[in-house]
Design a protein around this ligand. Structure first.
Ligand code: WTA
Length: 647
């Protein structure tokens, strides 16, 4: 297949912050002299006490540790707010667009945001929240979510945001894991015209979390929700009484900033911990260079704050850089598939950053929904969260961007804090479907299954050979798990979990997860989590979950389920199990296919042969590979004969 290459447009090469020559020069310096490079780049942050040490990291078991700028102190909320007040206090920090276009939008200036954050920080303090304490945030996409994050950062509390689509059980697990005794939520969320019962979910979750003594409830829809006396507070009433100034806490660079739970290949979701200094530098520098960001430009990242993209590129990165950041409460196809582009026109959005799954869904609705909008303000487009197929890339480029806007396809992870492999719009010729080249300070490599480095154009496992400032520092409460998960598969290397191809130009093409993680609509799901939800059902004996190709979602969820002996599986049970998983984890974990199976393919030692199940999920069954080690090969024949998605 011939690959299309889109050269850097002349006006970008001339005017961008980083052109091709500068990229190579800066990249070389960033990896050859990381101390000098990062000491210089860290000047973008206002430090309270400047650091004297820059990089102090090791991936080896004997002296394992990741520390950046370790003797410096700073406050991230001050870097997002206070430092802008003199120069751009009256500029708009957050442009909020509500779910319904007939509701009024909000424009919040840096000065107003500063005041809101100070008030809320004082409220947290008045509830006894101390530096280092964990605050759980379960809020929809409203400006108050950003206020809550910044207020935590201001007083040195560690926020843990739980996506507002997660179930009460999933919420309870995350509250308990990080021992948080305060939860911030809303009466109801609003998405695509539908109400989400957030407060009711919190009440249900808290039955499992007796330690929680404070719940602060934002009125979003005004729906009636019961309030527990002494525990629950009305947000607006409670902040009204608070003073509008709150001195930012002096934080060490390595003090924790936030926890964000994410799925891995085994066990419960992990609490990914990011610290203050390195993360701030990384979110700021990547936001500036990847989006070629200049203060005053209207910038829109369409991610939810429940995911890392929302942390780094809706809130922290843009606000550190003095941006006007758009926050959108709704969904791409409500009230109609023109919604994104109407918002672009309404606010004059110059930079738009979204997920391939949304683009594929919109592409299917036809070009008219896009073409009936103006979109002349757009100069740059971005993609994140999953591989973007060349067809969707071309559509995004041609139809949405009218062949005028470069596309930055940014590969990164919750663990990496910010973009790692990505084009820079003034420097990188684009190849549709490739995340292209490493960002400054990032040293990617490909290894085979035994950890041998592979050279030149090849396929392999993607590892990063050295630390960068935005790297996660630990798994909350389980440092050993951090080491085992990321640094033990290939000794001395950070293992990403992704497979990847490198071409003859040194461009990286992410091919997707090679562990038991699937990527559904850009949301990471551990197959083990869905399996344990299924086996928790009283009628289920065993379950195995794999990914399957899905036109819109990228990957769908394919579950093989073995019922208890006395159970006769039927359509009603299938529906029941789907509802069960939605209730246990949340709607994002809804299985696309459930195949009932009298048995799962196992080796004689009892291990499920997932390779075979993956092939069935992918509908690629002509060559199932070696099945000679199976305890009972007839199990596979039964699975093949009863594939429901072929019915
Ligand atoms: C996948 C989201 C291809 C990848 C920021 C990674 C991508 C996982 C891309 C992390 C991309 C993310 N191209 N694949 N541009 N971006 N991924 O933690 O498999 O939610 O490991 O972070 O998403 O997902 P996470």
């Amino acid at each position: 297949m011939g690959e299309a290459v889109y050269p850097v447009p002349a006006e970008w090469a001339e005017s961008a912050l980083i052109d091709e020559a500068r990229y190579h020069e800066m990249y070389r310096r960033s990896v050859e002299e990381p101390d000098a490079f990062w000491a210089e780049e860290a000047k973008r942050i206002d430090w309270i006490k400047p650091f004297t040490k820059v990089k102090n990291t090791s991936y080896h078991e004997a002296d394992f540790g990741i520390r950046w700028f370790e003797d410096g102190t700073l406050n991230l909320s001050a870097n997002c707010l206070d430092r802008h007040l003199a120069e751009r206090g009256d500029a708009v920090a957050i442009l909020w667009e509500p779910d319904s276009p007939t509701d009024t939008h909000r424009a919040i200036t840096y000065r107003q945001l500063h005041e809101d954050v100070c008030r809320f920080a004082n409220l947290l303090k008045s509830r006894g929240v101390k530096k280092g304490e964990r605050v759980t945030i379960y809020l929809p996409m409203v400006p108050e979510a950003a206020v809550a994050m910044l207020a935590c950062a201001r007083i040195g509390a560690i926020h843990s945001i739980v996506f507002a689509g997660f179930s009460p059980d999933a919420l309870a697990g995350r509250i308990t894991d990080c021992d948080s005794r305060i939860v911030l939520t809303a009466d109801e969320g609003l998405r695509g015209g539908k109400k989400v019962p957030l407060k009711a979910n919190v009440d249900e979750a808290l039955q499992q979390c007796p330690a929680v003594d404070s719940v602060i409830v934002l009125r979003r829809t005004g729906g009636a929700v019961p309030m527990v006396a002494g525990r629950d507070l009305d947000w607006a009433e409670a902040v009204a009484a608070q003073p509008t100034d709150c001195a930012p806490e002096e934080m060490n660079a390595e003090d924790p900033l936030f926890i964000l739970y994410t799925s891995g290949s085994t066990g419960k979701p992990k609490g990914v911990l990011h610290t203050t200094g390195g993360y701030s530098v990384w979110a700021s520098i990547t936001h500036q260079y990847v989006f070629d960001y200049r203060p005053g430009q209207v910038y829109w990242c369409a991610a939810d704050i429940g995911w890392v993209t929302g942390h780094s590129y809706v809130v922290y990165g843009p606000l550190m850089n003095g941006a006007t950041t758009v926050m959108f409460e709704g969904v791409p196809n409500f009230p109609d598939p023109s919604r994104f582009w109407q918002v672009v026109d309404k606010f004059g959005v110059e930079i738009f950053y979204g997920a391939p799954t949304a683009l594929r869904a919109l592409m299917r609705e036809g070009d008219d929904w896009v073409k009936q909008t103006n979109r002349k303000s757009l100069r740059l487009l971005g993609s994140v969260g999953e591989p973007i197929n060349p067809e969707a890339w071309e559509w995004y480029h041609k139809v949405v961007g009218e062949s005028r806007c470069p596309i930055v396809d940014t590969w990164w992870q919750t663990e990496t804090g910010g973009a790692m492999i990505t084009p820079l719009p003034g420097a990188t010729p684009l190849k549709p479907g490739s995340a292209s080249r490493p960002f400054f300070g990032v040293k990617p490599a490909l290894v085979d299954n035994d950890g041998n480095f592979l050279d030149g154009a090849t396929d392999g496992c993607l590892v990063i050979t050295d630390s960068w400032p935005g790297q996660m520092r630990t798994v909350w409460g389980d440092h050993e798990r951090f080491f085992q998960t990321y640094f033990s598969t290939f000794k001395g290397l950070y293992f990403t979990g992704d497979g990847c191809r490198r071409d003859e130009d040194g461009y990286y093409w992410i091919t997707g997860r090679i562990d038991d993680v699937i990527n559904v609509s850009g949301h990471r799901m551990g197959t083990a989590e869905i399996e344990s939800a299924l086996v928790a059902h009283p009628k289920v004996a065993e379950a195995a979950v794999v990914g399957m190709p899905h036109d819109i979602k990228g990957q769908g969820i394919y579950a093989f389920v073995t019922c208890n002996a006395e159970i006769e599986p039927d359509e009603a049970l299938r529906k029941e199990l789907i509802a069960w998983v939605r209730h246990e984890i949340g709607p994002i974990a809804t299985p696309d296919v459930i195949q009932f199976a009298p048995g799962l393919p196992k080796t004689r030692s009892g291990k499920i042969m997932r390779r075979i199940l993956r092939k069935i999920g992918e509908n690629d069954v002509s060559n199932l590979g070696d099945t000679s080690t199976l305890a009972d090969p007839s199990v596979v024949d039964n699975l093949l004969a009863n594939r429901p998605h072929l019915a």
